[in-house]
Design a protein around this ligand. Structure first.
Ligand code: HEC
Ligand code: HEC
Length: 248
């Protein structure tokens, strides 16, 4: 009785071993096919997700009239910088303008369905987010010609420092804003980048939030800004201008 049990157990173990080996064999045999399948799936997925940067650049031609060829904005912040901004936030902003949940009279006609449908919004956002505006003047070699110098300097964007209590600004920013806008104010996902943006544009937006003309966040973080003194807002912006160059 006992011996029979032992034999049965041994046999079961052997069967198990055989099954395991067969599985290993099958996995080895099929691995190349799995890879091939993954490759095909990856190739199929690319056209569905990648945005058309050339198309985005072309669309940006209509934006350049106000925001500049490289999206650096202008007129001292009447037109905000849009280059290097988070793609998800650019898309969200354009949809908000189109739906008039954020009022932007100059831009409204450009965002109408005929002008800018969803695919265009994704393409132009992908293009704008890819533009890097350096915060340092390039160093030139004697051999660089005038045109090379001009092209290299054209994109440089440095926001001037502004007066304010930097310690207070830092304290409030890191405690109350960094969780969404990031420790270095570069933004995150749909939360916009604030560093490198015109100071007076940012101030105008904060005032609009406080007046309730623009909605700051779904969970109503407009409340955060409304609890701050005007001098706090100034201090935060002064602090943000110090974040442009991480080496400093
Ligand atoms: C006629 C001028 C004009 C044109 C053309 C224009 N914009 Fe704007 N845009 C503005 C102004 C003005 C604002 C700022 C509105 C405000 O103060 O709230 C703005 C704001 C924005 C913002 C929000 C920025 C932020 O930080 O919240 C984005 C994104 C934007 N524009 C993208 C575009 C794109 C993309 C195009 C081209 C399809 C475009 N704009 C064309 C004038 C223009
Ligand atoms: C819970 C997340 C969250 C927190 C915390 C937060 N923000 Fe924001 N902020 C957002 C979102 C989302 C937007 C974009 C809203 C929209 O679509 O208009 C935004 C937009 C802004 C803008 C406008 C940017 C632009 O380009 O137009 C400014 C300025 C701003 N926030 C400042 C602050 C400051 C200062 C604090 C801290 C006192 C703060 N935020 C805290 C989520 C947050």
């Amino acid at each position: 009785m006992r011996e029979r049990d032992l034999i049965a157990i041994k046999e079961a173990g052997q069967i198990g071993e055989t099954i395991r080996r067969t599985r290993l064999f099958e996995i080895k045999e099929f691995a190349p096919m799995h890879y091939a399948l993954l490759l095909i799936l990856a190739l199929l997925a690319v056209p569905a997700t990648a945005q058309d940067l050339d198309k985005g650049k072309e669309i940006n031609g209509t934006c350049a009239g106000c925001h500049g060829e490289y999206g650096a904005g202008g007129k001292k912040g009447e037109y905000p910088r849009i280059a290097g901004q988070r793609a998800a936030y650019i898309e969200h902003s354009l949809r908000s303008f189109r739906a008039r949940t954020r009022i932007n009279i100059p831009m409204f006609p450009y965002t109408q369905e005929r002008e800018l449908h969803d695919e265009d919004i994704r393409d132009v956002a992908a293009y704008l987010t890819s533009i890097e505006l350096p915060t340092k003047w390039p160093e030139f070699k004697d051999t660089d010609d005038a045109l090379a110098r001009l092209t290299a300097t054209e994109k440089v964007m440095i926001i001037p420092r502004v007066d304010g209590n930097l310690d207070n600004g830092k304290d409030i920013f890191q405690k109350q804003c960094a969780s969404c806008h990031g420790k270095t104010a570069k933004g995150r996902g749909k939360f916009p980048m604030l560093v490198g943006q015109y100071t007076n544009y940012l101030m105008r937006q904060m005032e609009a939030y406080i007046r309730g003309e623009r909605a700051h966040d779904e969970d109503n973080s407009r409340g955060i800004l409304a609890t701050l003194k005007p001098s706090d807002l100034q201090d935060i912006l002064a602090y943000v201008t110090t974040l442009q160059d991480p080496q400093e």
